[in-house]
Design a protein around this ligand. Structure first.
Ligand code: TRP
Length: 343
């Protein structure tokens, strides 16, 4: 209880916890991979750190969006994360577009980001290849906006997967560059190595990451998949011809299922091997499916409840945004003053 009094909703309180910032783009459905690799980690970090979380909807418009769909995806993501355990009482949680300082700081930071640096970003290269008809300036300067997200809150740490590591490196370079010119303005953020993030693979081709953009829907589990669908998808997951549940090289399908089962039950690989010694893959797949349903079903129930009260969701986001705004304002005022921008 005492913990609650000094949490992040009151940035003025003498909380000396390290601050974390993270955001997720509202790009549609979330997969089991997103949950076990990132979302669950957001939930866990709340007890140890002062967390600021956002839906990254300003980032999402770097690829063309249907306005209605974008809004719906954004609200759904917000609800899904709360259903997963992101707690607005413990953390600051809001929509990026609600706090104008993100766009304001992004503009300033763009002028401290070099064309050459942005040209080297692998995500830009990938995305511009995939959206060749819309290589807009925002897609190019996306990393400066991401730097603004992080630096606005003076975050000490950012939990990053492989795909965002390069962006965090650039954020650090921008922060150091700005601090070098104007004196200490920004905390230079570190990468936070996630404690227990599972790397969930494609169920039909475990050489690939699980991704909702895969054309075969049997290759991924959505967080909102019905229990029966989840069971069916696990039944069709690829395995191998050895018929022995053990973690080993060359057994990518089984390794992936073991990783998922371990993440959902807390059992070690050794315990899993013992549990299924002498049993077939059918039994194992059923157990994996059931463990996933046990994790996702309660989230799905809360998610539906939350979505049935849009007003409440709006209020939660508005409150989160107000808390975010208080921190962000301080940073933006400091930056404008240093750069010599008239207020
Ligand atoms: N670019 C991140 C992604 O696509 C989302 C994001 C936006 C983010 N701003 C951030 C992640 C700040 C960490 C910190 O996954």
């Amino acid at each position: 209880m005492e913990e609650k009094i000094i949490t992040s909703n009151q940035p003025e309180a003498p909380a000396k916890k390290k601050r974390i910032f993270s955001a997720i783009q509202p790009s549609g459905q979330m997969t089991l991979g997103n949950y076990l690799g990132a979302i669950r980690n957001w939930v866990e970090m709340q007890d140890e750190f002062d967390c600021v979380y956002a839906t990254a909807n300003l980032h999402a418009i770097t690829v063309r969006q249907d306005p209605k769909k974008l809004k719906e995806n954004t609200v759904n993501l917000f609800a899904l994360l709360i259903a997963s355990g992101v707690d607005p009482e413990k953390s600051i949680f809001f929509h990026q577009s609600q706090v104008a300082a993100h766009a304001e700081l992004a503009w300033v930071l763009e002028t401290y980001t070099q064309f050459g640096e942005l040209s080297r970003m692998t995500q830009f290269k990938d995305k511009s290849a995939r959206h060749a008809d819309n290589i807009n300036a925002g897609l190019f300067t996306y990393p400066s906006l991401m730097a603004a997200d992080i630096l606005l809150y003076q975050a000490d740490m950012v939990p990053v997967g492989e795909d965002q590591r390069q962006h965090l490196e650039l954020t650090r370079d921008i922060a150091e560059r700005f601090n070098g010119i104007y004196g200490k303005t920004f905390v230079v953020p570190e990468a936070y190595i996630k404690k227990n993030a599972a790397r969930v693979r494609n169920l039909l081709d475990p050489s690939k990451k699980m991704s909702k953009s895969d054309p075969n829907t049997k290759s991924f589990i959505l967080m909102t998949d019905e229990p029966a669908t989840i069971m069916k998808k696990f039944r069709s997951a690829v395995t191998d011809s050895e018929a022995s549940v053990r973690y080993a090289e060359g057994k990518d399908g089984i390794n992936n299922l073991m990783e998922i089962y371990s993440a959902c039950t807390g059992k070690s690989y050794e315990q899993i091997e013992d549990e299924f010694r002498g049993k077939g893959y059918g039994d194992f797949k059923t157990a994996v499916g059931e463990s996933v349903v046990a994790v996702l079903e309660p989230i799905q129930i809360r998610y539906k409840e939350l979505l049935s009260d849009k007003k409440h969701l709006e209020e939660l986001a508005r409150n989160g945004a107000a808390s975010a705004e208080r921190i962000a304002r301080r940073t933006i005022e400091k930056v404008y003053k240093k750069v010599g921008l008239v207020r």
